[in-house]
Design a protein around this ligand. Structure first.
Ligand code: IPE
Ligand code: IPE
Ligand code: MG
Length: 232
């Protein structure tokens, strides 16, 4: 549990409400999201965060209107623009994706973009590993892992089970931030969040900036993580 990693996860919520409050279509809120992502990634680097996980599209988000889903299936247009990707590559920031990435509902152009983005930013020793949860569901992740675990090993340890998760290469989440005033997990990284500290902010994702991340890290550092024991 105590190591030199710091894993922050963010449920980036409130894009639709940000747009509605301005009389704009919901998609306009998504189109601003990359500015918050860029600012958050930059602040994460400055704060010594080693792992940043961002919830971009849930397994339940397919139930949204077609035009909204169509935009969300173009993450190069709303989440990580080409210019920003070049800057991430330059700063040795690795971008990877977890979720059901072989889902046939994902358009080919999107699958290609996910693959090339991961290839383009691949690094053996990145300064920051950014994991984007895309077509991701926490229950689905656990169910898949159960299937893989049952197929490969019998009577193993809990740690062995964790190796079959999509998030197997990530440390447990230390801090979860959810924007937009909602106080729920919405099926996000249910296994890795087991002892995470939680911070909820009313700020809508398009208004979220690096300073909000830095402030959350300061608040996190004041928390007493006990893991079921007593304070020392
Ligand atoms: C989060 O913002 C972005 C995604 C789910 C892709 P929302 O689109 O959920 O915004 P609200 O919650 O409706 O305001
Ligand atoms: C969670 O937000 C998913 C992402 C941020 C990608 P939602 O807006 O989909 O969650 P609910 O429906 O409010 O719980
Ligand atoms: Mg929402």
């Amino acid at each position: 549990m105590a190591d030199d990693t710091l894993h922050i996860a963010v449920i980036m919520d409130g894009n639709g409400r940000w747009a509605s409050a301005r009389g704009l279509p919901r998609t306009a809120g998504h189109e601003r999201a990359h500015l918050s992502v860029e600012s958050t990634i930059t602040a994460a680097l400055e704060c010594g965060v080693t792992h940043l996980s961002l919830f971009a599209f849930s397994s339940e988000n397919w139930n949204r209107p077609d035009e909204e889903v169509a935009l969300l299936m173009q993450p190069g247009c709303w989440l990580l623009t080409d210019e920003e990707l070049a800057s991430y590559q330059q700063r040795n920031i690795q971008i990877t994706f977890i979720g059901n990435l072989t889902d046939p509902r994902i358009p080919d152009a999107c699958s290609d973009w996910l693959r090339t983005t991961a290839q383009r930013t691949a690094s053996h020793n990145p300064r920051l590993r950014v994991t984007v949860a895309f077509n991701y569901g926490g229950r689905q992740e656990i169910a898949e892992a159960v299937r893989a675990y049952a197929a490969t090993s019998k009577g193993g340890k809990q740690e062995d089970f964790g190796q079959h998760l999509w998030s197997a290469c990530l440390p447990d989440i230390d801090l979860l931030i959810r924007t937009s005033g909602e106080h729920r997990l919405s099926n996000f990284m249910l296994w890795s969040l087991w002892y995470a500290e939680l911070i909820f902010t009313d700020t809508l994702w398009p208004d979220f900036r690096g300073i909000h991340l830095s402030n959350a890290v300061v608040e996190y550092q004041k928390r007493d993580r006990r893991y079921g024991t007593v304070s020392s």
